[in-house]
Write a protein that binds this ligand. Structure first.
Ligand code: SF4
Length: 297
């Protein structure tokens, strides 16, 4: 693999009209394009695991946050809650060199903006002190992403990231560092990782690790390229599931409504049994006033 593409976009912050229904952020920052971890189910992966680096990210973000502050001079008005790198891992290998996530977190602290990150990488511990300070101010949530504790399935679908057991340890350590932390349980694979036994095992593991929440999601095959990559892995490692997927998923790549309802009931059961909510702690005082939090399951 050759080096990353160096990019200089005009703007880096994408502000949405309504908060994200599950993650609650109303702004998104992607310092990187593509993700070197290349999980088979991810729509953020580029061909040949290529990665683009927005080298002007910190500069552009500072300017854009200042524009928001100028338009909204009241200290707590007009705040955005920033989801950092939701379509790419903010702590993928390129971050070691370019430190764009670190710079964004420093800016969030300086300007008191709430941020959320989702990662599978233990490079997150490099920034533990800063994340802990932000958490203390109610300005930060760190979500560790894992879709199963089944090592075989994890190795098949995401061979380039730490194994699930290590990610449970990450949650434990992040909580010990005083960081507001929970899990993103995505994607749930029909007929592979969706049994009650398996989901309960995962919720029990999250409970032991001290996860404050668990936001779940069922596999979608709607995004370009995802279906092909997922079916390749299924046919190699879980061939019996291939036919089941052809029945369960429609042409748009969505699973059937009945299936979704069944899994939603199961997740609700797990969430209640293990006392792990399926919603995030709300970020920041400004957002506390404006967000309507709805349980998504
Ligand atoms: S680590 Fe996250 S962003 Fe990166 S490929 Fe995997 S799912 Fe996608």
């Amino acid at each position: 693999m050759t080096g990353p593409d160096l990019l200089q976009p005009k703007r880096v912050l994408k502000i949405t009209k309504r908060p994200h229904p599950q993650f609650l952020n109303n702004a998104f920052l992607d310092p990187y394009v593509g993700c070197e971890f290349a999980c088979a189910y991810c729509y953020g992966v580029k061909e040949d695991r290529r990665v683009g680096v927005k080298t002007n990210c910190a500069f552009a973000l500072k300017r854009e946050l200042e524009e928001i502050s100028e338009e909204n001079p009241e200290p707590r008005e007009g705040k955005v809650s920033i989801g950092i790198s939701f379509a790419t891992d903010p702590y993928q290998p390129a971050e070691e060199q370019y430190q764009l996530t670190l710079r964004a977190l420093e800016l969030a602290k300086e300007k008191q903006y709430p941020v959320q990150i989702i990662t599978k990488s233990d490079l997150v511990f490099r920034d533990a002190k800063l994340l802990s300070e932000l958490s203390n101010d109610g300005l930060c949530v760190v979500s560790v992403s894992l879709f199963t504790l089944n090592e075989t399935a994890a190795k098949a679908f995401e061979p380039h990231v730490p194994p699930p057991a290590k990610r449970l340890e990450m949650i434990k350590k992040l909580r010990e560092e005083g960081i507001t932390c929970g899990a993103v349980l995505m994607p749930i694979f029909p007929h592979v990782t969706d049994s009650q036994e398996e989901l309960e095992k995962t919720f029990a593991g999250l409970k032991d690790a001290g996860a404050l929440y668990c936001v779940p999601g069922i596999l979608s095959l709607a995004q370009k390229g995802v279906k092909e990559r997922v079916m390749d892995v299924l046919s190699e490692h879980f061939p019996r599931a291939c036919y089941q997927y052809s029945v369960l998923y429609d042409d748009a790549g969505k699973p059937s409504e009945n299936y979704c309802k069944k899994i939603e009931r199961l997740l609700k059961f797990c969430s209640e049994k293990y006392s792990i909510p399926s919603i995030l702690p709300v970020l920041g005082a400004a957002l506390n006033r404006t967000l309507i939090v709805e349980d998504s399951i």
